[in-house]
Design a protein around this ligand. Structure first.
Ligand code: CTP
Ligand code: MG
Length: 248
């Protein structure tokens, strides 16, 4: 393994309302192959940290009013060694991640150094694999990249329509199109600057590295994995279980 970092910091946004899952149950507590989504996500990161001998510190960002419930969940299942802080999210993903970024400088959190790698990883992407995490960490550590995002080449042809219509405006070259995932990874100094500026400007985006693009940073796409799906709709549980069988 060729990265120089001894510590890895992760913000796990977990404060969504799971609207598209159409279930009364929090989608992060739904089971994939008999294990809840959130447990799979946390375990994948713990496995990566153990394998690579890196110290893992993380912040779990949860729905307002649910901090204590989640604190017991984390404690009961022995994740307290990797989840240092549980903080409340906001009504958009950018706000939730922004709260996570603010918590990185809490006095009771082991504050990252300016060049340390901070990953943002959707709690709902429970099939994340160690190889994808390693590729991102290596990029941030050793080749001067400030910001990177996991992505895979799109398998489909994508059409762009004229705004507000269903008329096609263009067909972008598929070879230039990537679907991005999480982890999305930043040097801490860049992450802090981007989220502070976004808060001041009221800038929102559905992906974190879009903030870095907006503020003029170069963002690299790092090869992700087609298995790293986000549990979003009920079909994703079925797909994730099929993928799991293939991964074991
Ligand atoms: N998320 C968050 N805060 C929000 C919205 C989303 O922390 N205000 C988190 C979710 O918990 C999830 C990740 O961001 O882990 C990706 O979001 P998504 O899959 O869209 O989850 P939800 O927003 O919960 O689902 P939906 O959009 O269907 O309501
Ligand atoms: Mg959402």
């Amino acid at each position: 393994m060729s990265f120089s970092h001894k510590k890895l910091y992760v913000i796990f946004p977990a404060a969504g309302s799971g609207t598209r899952m159409k279930s009364d149950k929090n989608k992060l507590l739904m089971e994939v192959g008999s294990i809840p989504v959130i447990d799979r996500t946390l375990t994948a990161f713990r496995k990566f940290a153990d394998e690579s001998g890196i110290e893992l510190h993380s912040i779990l960002v949860v729905s307002p009013g649910k901090t204590e419930e989640w604190a017991s969940y984390i404690k009961d299942r022995d994740y307290a060694s990797i989840v240092d802080t549980i903080t409340e999210g906001g009504d958009t993903r950018t706000k939730s991640v922004g709260n996570g970024v603010s918590s990185l400088s809490d006095p009771d959190f082991p504050v990252p150094g300016p060049d340390d790698a901070v990953f943002i990883h959707d709690a709902a992407r429970c099939l994340i694999d160690s190889d994808s995490l390693l590729r991102c960490l290596e990029a941030i550590s050793d080749d001067g990249t400030d910001v990177c995002v996991s992505g895979v080449k799109t398998k489909n042809t994508i059409k762009m329509v004229k705004s507000g219509t269903t008329f096609v405006e263009s067909t972008p070259d598929r070879d230039l199109l990537y679907e991005v995932q999480t982890p999305q990874c930043f040097k801490y100094s860049v992450l802090k600057e981007c989220y502070e500026r976004a808060q001041t400007d009221g800038f929102e985006a559905t992906d974190d590295t879009a903030l870095a693009e907006h503020y003029g940073y170069k963002v690299r796409i790092i090869e992700g994995s087609y298995s790293n799906i986000k549990i979003t709709t009920p079909e994703d549980i079925v797909i994730a279980e099929a993928l799991l069988k293939n991964m074991q």
